[in-house]
Design a protein around this ligand. Structure first.
Ligand SMILES: [Zn+2]
Length: 249
């Protein structure tokens, strides 16, 4: 009888996608800064990219844990100048190291004009832009691809790499194939086989681990990658080195 023995990974991890704060409505979840850091220690996560709609909470968190937590500013592009001011302040004064956009929550298309001034700030500060993917009509991989085409020198992290829908997952991989400034992040994406496919087709250096904690449990997110039939070297890349290089953390 064939026995399934999952590969294990015991090395250091960078988590490209975490939250603190309260997510009400359908989500009904929350996490404090201390809870996140405690969870990171449990899974040998050395650094986490952290974002929440209340950017002041993230600022306090990275002040408390400057080595473990890396702040990403989360603006609402519909607020136009106010959003750009927030991004500028966070990147220049609060030591945030990236920008997070959620086109679905804030109702805009990734390639909309209102996003461009925010991308200009990313360009000036040389920081990556992480974008939620996987939900119509605003957060689909093709639309993120349109933005990536217009800002080829900016690193775009496609969070969830298409998320739960097979057609969007495939589109995430194909969109990254056409745009070498797109990196794929694995949280909440159910198919272990697509992690392997992305590593092979898009590139071993273009896929990175994220948990989306507290939306997802790291044990599950880590196990899916460990089940993806990757080499030990590929596990080192996806769990740590790719994010280390691409995100500069
Ligand atoms: Zn998230």
């Amino acid at each position: 009888m064939k026995v399934w023995v999952p590969k294990r990974y015991d090395g250091p991890i960078i988590d490209a996608h975490t939250h603190i704060g309260k997510f009400r409505s359908w989500a009904g979840i929350e996490s404090t800064t201390d809870e996140l850091v405690e969870q990171m220690n449990l899974y040998n996560v050395k650094k986490s990219a952290l974002f929440y709609t209340d950017n002041r909470l993230v600022r306090k968190a990275i002040q408390k844990y400057p080595k473990a937590l890396v702040g990403y500013v989360w603006p609402n592009p519909n607020e136009k100048e106010k959003a750009v001011r927030l991004v500028r302040t966070a990147l220049r004064e609060w030591k945030f190291k990236g920008i997070k956009l959620h086109p679905l929550i804030h109702s805009f298309l990734p390639n909309d004009d209102i996003v461009y001034p925010i991308m200009e700030e990313a360009r000036k500060a040389k920081v990556p832009v992480a974008i939620h993917s996987g939900h119509p009509p605003f957060s689909l991989p093709w639309s993120i691809g349109e933005l990536a085409e217009n800002f080829k020198d900016i690193k775009i992290i496609m969070l969830h790499m298409g998320h739960g829908h097979g057609v969007y997952i495939q589109a995430a991989i194909n969109t990254a194939l056409r745009n070498d400034n797109i990196w794929l992040e694995t949280s909440g994406m159910p198919m272990h086989s697509k992690i392997k496919e992305a590593m092979v087709r898009v590139g071993e250096d273009r896929v990175m681990y994220g948990s989306d904690s507290p939306f997802h449990e790291p044990a599950v997110e880590i196990d899916r990658i460990c089940s993806a039939d990757l080499t030990n070297r590929q596990l080192e890349l996806i769990f740590y080195e790719n994010a280390h290089k691409a995100l500069g953390i």
